[in-house]
Write a protein that binds this ligand. Structure first.
Ligand code: PRP
Ligand code: URA
Length: 212
């Protein structure tokens, strides 16, 4: 979608189908959690499309040959707690050797400003390509703050993966962090007066963990 130049919208039918079930208010906790994990894995396929590869030698049962392996910098994934955690295992299924950092943020319900309560990153985070995970990009405050934490700790290569984004959140992140590529399954219409994405899917953390 050209309108947002740092944003890739993943139109793959499997992603769009699973997203529709995820949005449905009648989808229960177990299925919701499974879908978030599956979506993260499918989205991870696209997010890792441009990883550099190099040739190596491998011996098949028939003969020796040259074949490609992933080269270059190591990967890290950083879910934003809580809801981003629901995407971590899906992404790890594709890239099992990635190190995992955690950033704990919640939105103050009155101000909608992000509040940090936890941050633990791999010691060599600065040398890794980091993929930040959060199902929802609403005002963009949480993602923008998480990206700033990472940059403060020396991380230079950051991608952001959200299942649903609001135009407001995309604007906030791209203005603050024009170097960060954003990958989403959908860009929805707007935020409502409580900062929820419309039509969205409701509160991702609550639906993942059954807390409401
Ligand atoms: C949700 C979501 C994002 C944030 C998005 O988390 O998972 O982190 O809101 O909103 P923003 O773009 O306006 O910052 P929430 O604060 O509900 O915390 P939770 O994941 O612990 O439920
Ligand atoms: N956080 C959510 O979980 N859902 C929204 O719609 C907005 C922020």
């Amino acid at each position: 979608m050209d309108k947002y130049k740092n944003v890739t919208v993943m139109e793959h039918p499997l992603i769009q189908h699973k997203l529709t079930i995820l949005r449905d208010k009648n989808t229960g906790v177990k299925e919701f959690r499974e879908l978030v994990e599956e979506l993260a894995m499918l989205m991870g396929y696209e997010v890792t499309r441009n990883l550099t590869v190099e040739e190596t030698e491998v011996e098949t049962p028939i003969c020796k040959t040259r074949s490609k392996i992933i080269a270059g910098k190591k990967l890290g994934i950083v879910p934003i707690l809580r809801a981003g955690l629901g995407m971590a295992d899906g992404m790890l299924r594709l890239i099992p050797t990635a190190k995992v950092g955690h950033i704990g943020l919640y939105r103050n319900p009155d101000t909608l400003m992000p509040v940090e309560y936890y941050c633990k990153l791999p010691v060599d985070a600065a040398e890794r390509d980091i993929i930040v995970l959060d199902p929802m990009l609403a005002t963009g405050g949480s993602a923008s703050a998480a990206i700033s934490f990472l940059k403060d700790r020396g991380v230079k290569s950051i991608k952001l993966v959200n299942i649903i984004a609001a135009p407001e959140g995309i604007r906030t992140v791209t203005e603050a962090h024009p170097d960060v590529e954003i990958f989403v399954a959908a860009i929805d219409k707007k935020l409502n007066g409580h900062g929820y994405i419309v039509p969205g899917l409701g509160d991702a953390g609550d639906r993942l963990y059954g807390t409401k």
